[in-house]
Design a binder for this molecule. Structure first.
Ligand SMILES: *[C@@H]1O[C@H](CO)[C@@H](O)[C@H](O)[C@H]1NC(C)=O
Ligand SMILES: *[C@@H]1O[C@H](CO)[C@@H](O)[C@H](O)[C@H]1NC(C)=O
Length: 348
């Protein structure tokens, strides 16, 4: 018999069992550790895809709030962007398809805003979703920035590993099946988060999977809160959207858009607002303008293009009202679309 005598073993075993229960219930108790504790001026936030169109706006918004920003992108920082970002901005050129690199990049951060992704199905095959190939007998990711679902899991899992509990990730209106689909099928207007997400193409699928990854990670890491923001076409202004829209495509896109700085604000709210009213720890939100970018009245557009889609009870299509209902984002994130969002005058 070892040094531990039998008479000590039973009490030790009981102590072990008791402490296990204690730890178990501590971990699973419904304490919302996130309420009102984030958003301090010196908070350190990682922003992936920081060189991207929306990413740049989020970086500016975060710096304007006094946050310390770690900008992360696969491409080198363009010198023009380096210009005015100041001492509170650090840039890391990182391949987020590599889990260890991802872990290293997020060290010391308190929140993550994840925007890095390839934003378009391109080949309608594998490029965006999960691109890889066999090189010299080894499975390797191809050159390029693709592999949305690999990156999104790396980010969530690295956050869990580092105890980073607030994450906002860029999903897309295409999660429901929209502009890239062969023929979208809408169950009702206006579209809200109860609408089915049934994409027929790899970009929308990568967004649905990203939302499922978030649902999955919060089951195991119970202090994490993940907001998946389903952004519409992000543009500097409604006038820009009207001017640049592709007349063939906008019908399937439901003539939507979102002002880019207002979209950026949604990400900042999603990592700082209290989460105690969220129905679950992982929630999706539509983030679009409340109007369409079309000059025609919405009821007219619907009569012409989507005459068979029913209106939800109690909803009316006044004027140029948009076909997405963002009241969930208003209620739970305090987000309201703003066409004159504060930093839109900042040149890039
Ligand atoms: C950097 O952040 C601090 C708050 O943490 C703020 O007081 C300071 O003004 C910021 N500096 C710049 C250059 O924005
Ligand atoms: C509009 O989109 C269609 C379908 O993808 C494409 O064939 C066409 O070239 C686009 N038009 C313009 C002006 O970009």
């Amino acid at each position: 018999m070892g040094p531990l005598q039998l008479k000590y073993q039973l009490p030790l075993l009981l102590l072990f069992v008791a402490s296990s229960f204690f730890l178990y219930f501590q971990r699973t108790s419904p304490v919302d550790t996130n309420t009102g504790t984030t958003g301090l001026p010196n908070m350190k936030v990682a922003i992936t895809g920081s060189n991207g169109r929306v990413g740049k706006r989020v970086v500016l918004g975060a710096l304007a709030r006094g946050y310390h920003v770690v900008g992360i992108d696969h491409s080198a920082l363009a010198t023009a962007d380096d210009r005015d970002l100041g001492a509170n901005f650090t840039f890391l050129q990182t391949d987020l398809r590599d889990y260890d690199e991802t872990l290293k990049a997020f060290e010391g951060c308190e929140a993550i805003i994840h925007l890095a992704a390839y934003p378009d199905p391109r080949d309608y095959k594998v490029v965006v979703h999960n691109r890889y190939s066999v090189v010299d007998g080894e499975l390797k990711f191809n050159q390029g920035i693709h592999s949305n679902v690999v990156i999104s899991w790396n980010i969530l899992r690295a956050a869990a590993e580092l105890g980073i509990n607030r994450i906002a990730q860029a999903s897309s209106v295409n999660a429901i099946n929209l502009v890239y689909s062969q023929q979208p099928k809408f169950e009702f207007f206006p579209i809200d988060e109860t609408h089915p997400t049934l994409p027929d193409e790899p970009y929308g699928l990568s967004k649905v999977i990203m939302e499922l990854q978030a649902d999955t990670i919060v089951r195991r890491f119970k202090d994490m809160r993940v907001a998946s923001l389903r952004l519409h076409w992000s543009v500097p202004s409604r006038a820009f959207a009207t001017q640049k829209a592709n007349a063939t495509l906008v019908k399937n896109d439901l003539w939507g858009y979102v002002q880019e700085d207002s979209a950026a604000e949604a990400f900042l709210l999603a990592i700082t607002q209290p989460t105690d009213k969220w129905p679950s720890a992982s929630e999706a939100f539509f983030i679009t303008a409340p109007d369409t970018m079309h000059y025609k009245e919405t009821s007219e557009l619907i009569k012409e293009h989507w005459p068979d889609v029913p209106l939800k009870d109690g909803k009316k299509l006044d004027g140029n009202i948009g076909l997405f209902d963002c009241s969930k984002a208003k209620e739970l994130l305090g987000w309201v679309h703003n066409n004159d969002a504060p930093s839109s005058s900042v040149p890039l």
